[in-house]
Write a protein that binds this ligand. Structure first.
Ligand SMILES: CC(C)(COP(=O)(O)OP(=O)(O)OC[C@H]1O[C@@H](n2cnc3c(N)ncnc32)[C@H](O)[C@@H]1OP(=O)(O)O)[C@@H](O)C(=O)NCCC(=O)NCCS
Length: 202
């Protein structure tokens, strides 16, 4: 459910072939499989009374490449061989509308908070946790991509120090989803206080 929220208007046409229920089911099944780019094992969740109401996946850039093979395997298990062909055509449109993320950057890949719990600081807290994880990994920069039309999320990213550095648009993506493309936003990461040298603190 949260993955579908994170995907916004892209989720149903791409991952559910136009069917919202199928999008939720397919994305949930991919999230349950470990090792991929949609997986529970790179996801931090926010809970209230045991109910998950927010999530943010984040990982070091080089890990993205390592996880590609198991992501493809998960897609195959969830969609089957025919579904994979249908999906690959849709994913190509998404890829054409996505700016390239520098490989060394720490990446935030999915952020979402359930509708009834938004604007209470949960999204901000999840992102701050991701920045802390990035700092622990020694990353110097954190990147994310966001739909160009998603101005609400971009306001949050702006206030957290992200700046737009690139964007791509694609007509095929616009026809499929109504979204013109994605924007790449990056933010510098400072080392955690305990790792700073005396020189840094001066
Ligand atoms: C983007 C999202 C994760 C933010 O989570 P959140 O818990 O509402 O965020 P916070 O409460 O921490 O911060 C909200 C801040 O961002 C801004 N903001 C975030 N989403 C907004 C929206 N849809 N409309 C207007 N402002 C929004 C607010 O101005 C607010 O600023 P403030 O901290 O100065 O008050 C949440 O709106 C969401 O799940 N949206 C749908 C999925 C999505 O778009 N994910 C992003 C994919 S890149």
């Amino acid at each position: 459910m949260l993955l579908r929220e994170a995907g916004g208007p892209v989720a149903d046409p791409v991952f559910g072939f136009g069917d919202p229920e199928a999008a939720i089911q397919n994305m949930t099944r991919m999230a349950r499989r470990g090792g991929g780019l949609f997986s529970w094992d790179i996801t931090t969740v926010a809970e209230i009374d045991g109910r998950v109401i927010g999530a943010c996946s984040n990982l070091p850039g080089p890990e993205v490449r390592r996880r590609l093979r198991s992501t493809i395997w998960s897609v195959f298990r969830v969609y089957g061989i025919i579904g994979m062909f249908r999906l690959s055509h849709r994913l190509s449109a998404l890829r054409r509308g996505s700016p390239e993320v520098p490989e060394g950057d720490y990446q935030v890949v999915n952020v979402a908070v359930m509708p009834g719990f938004r604007n209470q600081g949960i999204g901000r807290a999840l992102l701050e946790q991701a920045h802390y994880a990035a700092a622990i990994h020694g990353a110097e920069r954190c990147s994310l991509t966001v739909l160009i039309e998603n101005t609400g999320a971009q306001r949050l990213y702006d206030s957290l120090g992200y700046r737009a550095v690139d964007e791509c648009v694609d007509d095929g993506l616009r026809r499929l989803t109504g979204v013109s493309g994605l924007r790449l936003m990056t933010r510098d990461i400072s080392p955690p206080v305990s790792c700073r040298t005396q020189e840094d603190s001066r």
